[in-house]
Design a protein around this ligand. Structure first.
Ligand code: GDP
Length: 205
């Protein structure tokens, strides 16, 4: 597993509290309850890494996890690598001012963070592309940032329904932007290897 050995580094309320902007990082974004924490835990192979319990306080933070440094080649320096868990979006009880704060911080983060190599967008396969997802995809388009969409909770659909959802989203996103989409399920383990490779590719690519 290329994402093995992830460790909690810190939780931040603003982007200037994040670790030094060096090396490479991949950010995880998604609507609250989409299954982002479960996906992070499945991908890193660490059940308790990201909290899956739904306390709004806990979701309203950016959380940085370090990965073991990546060996790029014999004569090359090691690449420092991180995963960033962005705050879950769309939690009904979050006051408007806080929602606006995070919209602004996420916008700044995506536009200004040099070490950011790509975004993993977690989308419930039964509810593809809500307003937040479109906003994230637009931010990525704006900044020419690669985006990998995990259509998660695929275990909630039949195989053919899941394939249909995948095909229709791929068609919708076929705009020449660097967006890839796959089927995923943290519970069933579907697409975990594929997603790990995609994250690794974002980090080194
Ligand atoms: P987050 O708010 O995006 O971090 O979402 P969580 O990872 O905490 O998951 C929200 C809820 O969805 C929890 O009850 C999880 O058990 C459930 N969940 C997450 N991933 C899956 C999945 O792949 N399949 C199913 N059936 N449930 C899932």
């Amino acid at each position: 597993n290329p994402l093995q050995g992830a460790q909690f580094v810190l939780a931040a309320h603003r982007i200037n509290q994040l670790p030094k902007d060096e090396g490479a990082e991949v950010a995880f974004a998604g609507r609250s309850n989409a299954g982002k924490s479960s996906a992070l835990n499945a991908l890193t192979g660490q059940k308790g890494l990201a909290r899956t319990s739904k306390t709004p306080g806990r979701t309203q933070q950016m959380v940085a996890f370090s990965l073991p440094p990546i060996v790029l080649g014999e004569a090359l320096p090691l690449l420092e690598a991180r995963l960033i868990d962005l705050p879950g979006y769309g939690y009904a009880k979050v006051p408007d001012a806080l929602r606006e704060h995070w919209r602004h911080e996420i916008d700044r983060y995506l536009h200004q963070r040099h070490s950011l190599r790509g975004v993993v967008l977690i989308v419930d396969i039964r509810h593809p592309l809500k307003e937040f997802d479109r906003m994230m995809l637009n931010f990525c388009l704006d900044t020419e940032l690669a985006c990998h969409v995990l259509l998660t909770k695929a275990d909630k659909l039949s195989r053919s329904q899941a394939s249909q959802a995948l095909a229709s989203l791929r068609k919708e996103l076929d705009t020449g932007a660097p967006v890839t989409v796959q089927i995923f399920s943290s519970s069933a383990g579907t697409g975990v290897e594929e997603a790990r490779s995609a994250v690794r590719q974002l980090l080194v690519g």
